[in-house]
Design a protein around this ligand. Sequence first.
Ligand code: FES
Length: 167
Amino acid sequence: MNLSQETIQKIDVTVPKYPEKRSAVMMLLHFIQSEQGCISNEAVEWVAERLDLQPINVLEVVTFFPYYRQQKLGKVHVRVCRTLSCALMGAYKLGDELEKVLDCKMGHTKEDGSVTLEYGECLAACGTGPVVLVDEDLYENLSKAGTVEPMVEEIKKRAAVEAPAAE
Ligand code: FES
């Protein structure tokens, strides 16, 4: 697997810090995802071999924690909060609307790699729900008339700039 020297060094320094090699699995996955944007099957096998584990042991970690991704994010990352306050304020209706206007299935990345649309958990803005995080920008009070359109325009504007192909 192609990893940078810097990442290999971090891995070499990290593994011996743990009394049992297998305990370093999350750190190794974190380093690899930081460099490659996701955890590929090749990465799962590489980590398993490095830590004397079976690939299934590593895959269990990857699929259990939402932090780890098996596919790269799109150019624009859109997260709709669906925790209680936002759900009561219309988060699911908003999610349906965004699926349509962005032509992107919830929980997926568009084929051209331009947008990832997914539900997320509480974004600490419960009093102004429903809220959506577009990359690092929070959009609030999205059940009010005229609030969704400017956000969608911004998403489309960002997505249009040299979108990388999805893998
Ligand atoms: S419930 Fe949506 S921000 Fe807290």
